[in-house]
Design a protein around this ligand. Sequence first.
Ligand SMILES: [Zn+2]
Length: 227
Amino acid sequence: MKPIELPSPNHAARQSAVDLLVLHYTELPLDESLQVLRDDKRSNRVSAHYVLAEDGIAYRLVSEDRVAWHAGRSHWRGRDALNGTSIGIEIVNLHGDRHDYPDAQIAALIALCRDIIDRHPAIVPRNIVGHSDIAPKRKIDPGLRFPWATLAANGVGLWPRPGAKPIEGDMQPALQRFGYPPAVEVTPGDIVASFQRRFRPAKADGEADAETRALLADLLDQVGHEA
Ligand SMILES: [Zn+2]
């Protein structure tokens, strides 16, 4: 289904090619989300390329060839300020730790992500991330109930396979090899918790137990890095 065009004035010229897809939840109902993301009178103007309603209807606010302002301070795979190289989708959900995402919304999201990936082949699976991956502690969206495994099963992003040999010792270098930021303004546990929110939502407490270490080892294996 084609997105409904609903332009936002909040965008800028792209200086670099797109290679990252960032998923968010809105924290607001649809109407308010569309209003905030199209408001140019706020002190901190924000936007996203797409807003995806609970019924699966997509709205395009910013053209993919322009920069939208959705990521804020962010880091992935050694790079900062990721608005310049990313596409952002705001998924309508008031709190993704508490509210499930409706099936119709997820089906539409998978179709939208696959369209975007087709247009931007540099968005490799490990570059499909949540806001919480690229801004640990500061952001928790799209939340513990976001169905990353379903997305991965449909060709959108990665999901770990069980049974890998756990990483031993300090987990931080391995987390950074996968893409997570270094623990500079946050604690090492904050980075582990960010990883768990994404890949082990049953235990997002920041403690690097054996299962967490095994999941990261498998993901590094999938992307061709030594654990
Ligand atoms: Zn966000």
